[in-house]
Design a protein around this ligand. Structure first.
Ligand SMILES: [Fe+2]
Length: 400
C-alpha cells in the first residue's frame, strides 16, 4: 500500500470509528471536594449494595490511604473485601485473580481506589465478574453480553481521567502487548474527586500525571472528532491545568490546586471518551511499552514537539486555547497566539521539572518505535498525519 492509499484507508476507518465512538456516552455521578470519598461511600450504601470489592495496590493500602473509605463504608453498613494485587500496567492474570477474589468473597459491587492502573483493573474485574468470564473474553469492543456489576471509583492521581472513560487497557501476560476493553458499562456509576486523598502524591508524579491530563485536553480539542461538548471539557481542563498544576507540584497540601487538577483530569477523561487522543499518545504508549517510561512523563516530553509539528494545521484551535487560558487577546494574530500556547507548554514542563530527554531511548530501537508509533497514530483523529521522518526527528530530539 502506498503512503497515499494508507492515508485514505486510515481516514475512511477513522470516519467509521468516529460515527460509532462520538455518540453521547453515560457519565458518572461525581462527588467533588474534601470529604467526597465519604459521600461516595454513603451513596454506595444507599444504592442498596452490601459487600463491595475494593481494588487497589499494596503501597496505597499500607500507607493507610484507604482507611477513611473502609471506615465510611463500614459505618454505612457496606461490608468490604480487598484485592490489593494491582501493579502498573495490569496484566490479564492480575485481573483474573481479581475476578476470582470477587466471586470467592461473595461481592455484589466493585470500588476502584488508586491511579489509572487500579481503575482499569477494577473496570475489567467488574465486567468479567458480571459475565462469569476471564479477562481474555472481555478484550475488544462490546465483547460481553451483560453490563459490569455496579462499579465506583476514587482516583488517587489527577491525570488519566479513567474514572470518566469506557476503556480499560490490560497487558497480555506473556507478550505484554496492550489490549483495550471497550464497553459503555465500564463508566463508573459514581466517582469521588477528593483532593484530601491526593495530598501525599509526590511532586514528580503530580507533574507527570497532570501533563497526561493536559495532553488529553489538547489532543481532544485539536483532533477531528471534537464536538461542542468535548471542546467545552477540553478548554476547561486546559485552563484549570495552566492555573493549578505548578501550584499542586510546589505544595501537595494545596487542596484548592489539588481539587482543580482532579476536575481537570476528569474533564480530560470526558473529552477523550468521544474525541480520542493523537500522536502524543501514540509515541508515549510505545515508549512506555519498550522502556517502561511512565505514561504521563512520556506525554509530557512529547507534547510540545507534536504541537510544534502541528502548529500550522491546528492554528485556530491552538489560538482558541491560548485566548481561553488568558495568554493573549483575540486581536492578536492566530499564529502569535498559537506560539504563545506552545511556549507556555514548554515553560510549564520546565517549571514542574519534566526532563527534556530520556536516557532510556536507544538508537537501535528508533526504527521500530517509529513504525509502531506511526501505525498507532494513524488510527487517531489527528489534525494531520505525521510522517516517519518527522517522528524519527522527534525521537532523536528526546533521546539523551
Ligand atoms: Fe493519557
Amino acid at each position: 500500500m502506498t503512503a497515499i492509499h494508507r492515508k485514505v484507508w486510515f481516514r475512511l476507518r477513522q470516519g467509521l470509528m468516529g460515527s460509532f465512538i462520538t455518540k453521547p456516552q453515560p457519565k458518572p455521578l461525581v462527588f467533588v471536594g474534601p470529604g467526597s470519598t465519604r459521600q461516595l461511600c454513603q451513596a454506595i450504601a444507599r444504592f442498596g449494595l452490601r459487600r463491595i470489592l475494593v481494588v487497589t495496590d499494596k503501597p496505597l493500602r499500607e500507607l493507610g490511604v484507604l482507611d477513611g473509605a473502609l471506615q465510611a463504608l463500614q459505618e454505612a453498613g457496606v461490608e468490604t473485601a480487598i484485592y490489593d494485587g494491582v501493579l502498573p500496567d495490569p496484566t490479564e492474570q492480575l485481573v483474573d485473580d481479581g475476578i476470582d477474589c470477587y466471586h470467592r468473597e461473595g461481592c455484589d459491587s466493585v470500588l476502584a481506589f488508586g491511579g489509572g492502573s487500579s481503575i482499569d483493573a477494577a473496570k475489567v474485574i467488574a465486567l468479567g465478574a458480571a459475565n462469569g468470564c476471564k479477562t481474555d473474553a472481555c478484550i475488544g469492543a462490546n465483547k460481553c453480553k451483560l453490563p459490569a456489576v455496579p462499579f465506583y471509583a476514587v482516583p488517587t492521581t489527577a491525570g488519566t481521567g479513567s474514572e470518566a472513560t469506557f476503556i480499560a487497557v490490560i497487558s497480555n501476560n506473556e507478550t505484554h502487548e496492550k489490549g483495550a476493553v471497550v464497553d459503555p458499562s465500564l463508566i463508573p456509576k459514581a466517582a469521588a474527586l477528593d483532593p484530601e486523598i491526593m495530598r501525599g502524591l509526590p511532586a514528580h508524579i503530580t507533574a507527570a500525571t497532570g501533563m497526561d491530563a493536559l495532553t488529553h485536553a489538547i489532543e481532544s480539542y485539536i483532533g477531528r472528532w471534537e464536538t461542542d461538548e468535548t471542546n467545552y471539557y477540553g478548554l476547561a481542563a486546559c485552563r484549570l491545568i495552566f492555573d493549578n498544576l505548578a501550584a499542586a507540584c510546589r505544595d501537595g497540601s494545596d487542596l484548592q490546586a489539588r481539587e482543580s487538577m482532579a476536575l481537570a483530569s476528569h474533564y480530560g477523561g470526558l473529552a477523550i471518551t468521544n474525541a480520542l487522543v493523537g500522536y502524543v499518545h501514540a509515541i508515549s504508549h510505545n515508549l512506555g511499552a519498550k522502556y517502561g517510561i511512565p505514561h504521563g512523563l512520556g506525554n509530557a516530553m512529547v507534547l510540545p514537539h507534536i504541537l510544534e509539528l502541528l502548529k500550522e494545521d491546528a492554528t485556530d484551535k491552538l489560538s482558541d486555547i491560548a485566548v481561553y487560558c488568558g495568554m493573549g487577546e483575540r486581536s492578536e494574530s492566530k499564529q502569535a497566539l498559537a506560539r504563545k500556547l506552545i511556549d507556555r507548554v514548554w515553560e510549564l514542563n520546565k517549571e514542574i521539572g519534566i526532563p527534556l530527554t530520556s536516557d532510556k531511548i536507544r538508537e537501535e530501537d528508533i526504527d521500530a518505535l517509529v513504525s509502531a508509533a506511526i501505525a498507532e497514530g494513524g488510527t487517531y483523529p489527528s489534525p494531520r498525519f505525521i510522517s516517519e521522518a518527522e517522528c524519527r526527528t522527534l525521537l532523536h530530539s528526546i533521546k539523551a
